[in-house]
Structure formats: C-alpha cells, structure tokens
Design a protein around this ligand. Structure first.
Ligand SMILES: [Fe+2]
Ligand SMILES: [Fe+2]
Length: 172
C-alpha cells in the first residue's frame, strides 16, 4: 500500500524525469543550431531515455493503486554559453536526480515500503551510468574545446549513439 506521502514523492519524480527529457531535448535542439548533429543526436537519445524513466514512475504508480498526476513541467534553459556549459548542466542535473532517488529510497525504507524500495533500485543502478556518461562528456569536451577538429571528431563519435527501446514487460 502506497502512502500519500510516497505517492506525492513518486509523482514529483515522474514529472522531474519528464523535465530531464525536456532539458535534453532543449540541449539537443541547441546543438543542432550549432551545427553539431552528433551532440544533437546524443542528447536526443538521452531525452528518449528520460521519457522511458518517467513512464516507469507512471506505470509503477498505477500498478500499486496510486494516481499518476501529470503536473506542470518547468521550462528548461533554451540556449547555452558553450558546448562545455551544456554538458556541465547535464552532469549537474544528473547529480540532482541521483540525490532525489536516494531520498526516495530513504523514504521508502522509513515507511517499510519494500515494493517501492525494490522499484527504485533500478534507478539507483541507472544513475551510476547516467553520472558516468555525463562526466565522460564533460571530460572529453574539456580535452578538445579549443580545437575545432577535436570537437568535430567528438561530434562524429556522439552521432553513433542509438536509442534502444526497453523490452516490453513480460505478462504475468
Ligand atoms: Fe532519468
Ligand atoms: Fe538521466
């Protein structure tokens, strides 16, 4: 049984995951305007992953008898000072998400809500990868930021990322 407090916190995180998607769409769009289609692709894929994360909260809330409330999504920044600034924003954002997920696990444990704790463990693992990817992007951009050819090589690398849709959950 989901407590009202837990339901509210999971709803807030659902909206925050969708906001993550919105930030990454904004970054993707901005990179396209900078003629960096590889970076644009990487962040577009990232946005698609965040929408999947949001849907996981949506589905979980409904599965445990809660109400998934589609609250307002904030407007993200629309332009960025530099390639590095856009990548740094993404790293800062992922750190906030990790902290949110950690707080949700703490809340679930205080309430002896083992189902929600178990559900959240997927996100604990996911955030390790999310922070690692964002950290790598910042580090690589720093290595080459004053070298146009380096940026173009990195852009070609970022173009290779492909969105892999999640497998459909097995029917019980
Ligand atoms: Fe996420
Ligand atoms: Fe993320």
């Amino acid at each position: 049984m989901l407590s009202k407090k837990m339901e509210k916190a999971l709803n807030d995180q659902m909206v925050f995951e969708l906001y993550s998607g919105y930030i990454y769409l904004s970054i993707s769009s901005w990179f396209k305007t900078q003629e960096l289609p590889g970076f644009a692709n990487w962040f577009r894929v990232q946005a698609q992953e965040e929408l999947v994360h949001g849907m996981k909260f949506f589905d979980y809330l409904l599965e445990v008898g809660g109400h998934a409330k589609t609250g307002a999504i904030q407007e993200p920044p629309l332009t960025f000072k530099s390639i590095r600034a856009a990548c740094e924003l993404s790293l800062e954002h992922e750190r906030i998400v990790t902290s949110n997920i950690n707080k949700l696990v703490t809340m679930a444990r205080k309430e002896d809500d083992h189902a929600t704790d178990n559900f959240l463990q997927w996100f604990i693992t996911e955030q390790i990868e999310e922070e690692a990817n964002a950290t790598a992007n910042v580090a690589r951009v720093k290595m080459v930021e004053n070298d146009g050819r380096g940026i173009l090589m990195l852009d070609a690398e970022m173009a290779k990322r492909v969105f892999v849709p999640p497998a459909a959950p097995a029917e019980a």
